[in-house]
Design a protein around this ligand. Structure first.
Ligand code: SF4
Ligand code: SF4
Length: 387
């Protein structure tokens, strides 16, 4: 394998928030401090060395940044203040932009205003959908004046249209995320040895379990329990919300306010969204933990959008209970403007994509470990890996 050197990589990574790689003198303290490293993955020192040497191909094909949960333990022990944890975080952003074939992630991470513009454009598109077509949204109300006397969401946003809109959005996001994930697999497996075919099947379990639980996070030493539990609750809230809008919409978006068991999923999601996002914002403001000391606009936007999605959902629900028709329709539109722009921008291009990439990385690592293990002749031992 020919290794190409790209000396501009350190400057490039600084545009993603990682400008301290040059300070590292490769002592290995960070790797020794990290409780997630093992024989197969000796990060973050190894990855920082790739950055310093400009080994772009190695960087793109490495899983190391995804195996880091950004607890910050390594940054506390670095004698050079090279902030290895933050470098791993910046590397994840850089990798996301390398996997993304549209180039939008790259633009978003390098120029913060691009993310704001993208969010605003999608929100305006949603607003246009509710104001321009004659048979939908505010113009449909003209055909159903009774919907202005009492709340009737189906006279404002017919369930079938919303349902197919949900499916179209989920399909678009799925396509973007999966096509980018396919590029990730290509880069990671490009130079891998063959003979791992059956391991791909055998390790699928790892992908599913890690995707739902992110259980390795609990092995971090600092704040792992709190962050892991908060993350797990958020994942269950996303799952519940997905089921509501894609599977159970016809019971969730009902004309009257009578109770249906699916409403419990809505209450649960909203409660978790509000609690978790308030907790995250509080931690970011306090800046006590290493991982909260350097929050940039992208980190804030993500959590603020999640919070606003929950808040507008609560306001919408109250307006329906109080039977305030026009307020309900306006809040419904605002709620979708926030939620759809957040989903469209964050899931395939932004921070949310790590929910897919990290379990995929764990899976690919498990596949490779199984392949290597089966390739070792009986009785032989593997050479130790240096940190
Ligand atoms: S502890 Fe700091 S100086 Fe040492 S290898 Fe890690 S990042 Fe480099
Ligand atoms: S931030 Fe935590 S998980 Fe990531 S490399 Fe450092 S010690 Fe390991």
């Amino acid at each position: 394998m020919i290794l190409r050197v790209d000396p501009s990589i350190t400057a490039e990574l600084s545009q993603y928030g990682g400008d301290t790689a040059v300070k590292c003198f490769n002592c290995g303290n960070c790797t020794a401090a990290c409780s997630l490293t093992n024989q197969e993955s000796v990060f973050p020192r190894r990855y920082i060395r790739y950055i310093q040497l400009g080994l772009k191909d190695k960087m793109i094909g490495s899983l190391d940044p995804w195996l880091c949960y950004y607890c910050g333990d390594c940054s506390e022990t670095c004698p050079r203040q090279a902030q290895p944890g933050k470098l791993m975080m910046a590397s994840r952003r850089w990798l996301i932009s390398m996997y993304d074939w549209t180039g939008l992630s790259r633009l978003m991470y390098r120029h913060e205003w691009v993310e704001v513009v993208m969010l605003a454009l999608v929100a305006l598109l949603v607003l246009a959908l509710f104001t321009i077509p004659a048979n939908f949204g505010f113009r449909l109300l003209a055909q159903h004046p009774e919907a202005l006397r009492t709340v009737n969401l189906s006279d404002f946003a017919p369930k079938e249209v919303v349902h197919w809109g949900d499916i179209a959005l989920a399909s678009l996001l799925g396509f973007l995320l999966l096509s980018n994930a396919a590029r990730m697999v290509f880069h990671v497996r490009r130079h891998a040895a063959g003979g791992a075919g059956w391991a791909f099947l055998a390790e699928l379990r790892e992908f599913v379990i890690e995707g739902f639980t992110q259980r390795r996070w609990r092995d971090c030493e600092t704040g792992a329990g709190k962050h892991w539990l908060r993350h797990l609750l958020l994942v269950t809230a996303y799952g519940a919300m997905f089921c509501l809008v894609v599977v159970f919409l016809r019971w969730f978006q009902v004309e009257n306010t009578s109770f249906h068991w699916s409403s419990l999923l809505g209450y649960y999601s909203t409660l978790v969204l509000m609690g978790a996002t308030l907790g995250i914002m509080s931690d970011r403001l306090k800046k006590r933990e290493q991982i909260h000391k350097d929050s940039d606009l992208a980190d804030w936007l993500f959590v603020i959008l999640l919070f606003l999605t929950g808040l507008s959902g609560i306001a919408l629900h109250l307006a329906r209970l109080l039977d305030l028709p026009l307020t309900t329709y306006v809040l419904y539109t605002v709620h979708l403007m926030i939620a759809v722009s957040m989903l469209t921008v964050e899931v395939p291009f932004g921070k949310w994509s790590h929910l897919f990439y990290r379990p995929l990385a764990m899976y690919l690592q498990a596949v490779e470990a199984r392949r290597q293990h089966s390739a070792i002749p009986a009785g032989a031992t593997r050479a130790p890996v240096t940190v």
